[in-house]
Design a protein around this ligand. Structure first.
Ligand code: AMP
Ligand code: ZN
Length: 113
């Protein structure tokens, strides 16, 4: 998707602070962190949102959770972490390339972003 911000980040056209990459997935620091650890994990394949996950593309989503587990160990997140994927307007999705926020490093309330 030529006009997608996160596709441009994957292509290296927009700079990002990379924390992990493999053939399927890219992970980088959120530009506006809401926690001491705030990483976005995204598939290299353009999927707009969680609603568009299906039998054909869901393998990469399960891989994203494997990557989250790898990163949690690499980063030593012994006190835990949270994965969030905002889907659509009510959830506050602002970038329409599916992404999983990995949040950690402080106590996380339930009613927050
Ligand atoms: P969401 O609101 O769930 O769609 O999340 C989009 C996230 O992308 C927000 O947390 C933004 O801070 C983050 N973001 C937007 N632009 C960039 C960028 N260029 N580099 C890193 N993170 C970004
Ligand atoms: Zn994209």
């Amino acid at each position: 998707m030529s006009d997608c911000l996160f596709c441009k980040i994957i292509a290296g056209e927009i700079p990002s602070a990379k924390v992990y990459e493999d053939e399927l997935v890219y992970a980088f620091k959120d530009i506006n962190p809401i926690a001491p650890v705030h990483i976005l994990i995204i598939p290299k394949q353009h999927i707009s949102k969680l609603e568009d996950v299906n039998a054909e593309n869901s393998a990469v989503i399960s891989h994203i959770f494997e990557v989250a587990a790898i990163l949690s160990k690499q980063l030593g997140l012994k006190n835990g972490f949270r994965i969030v994927s905002n889907c659509g307007e009510d959830a506050g999705q602002t970038v329409f390339h599916i992404h999983f926020h990995l949040l950690a490093g402080r106590k996380l309330g339930w009613e927050e972003q």
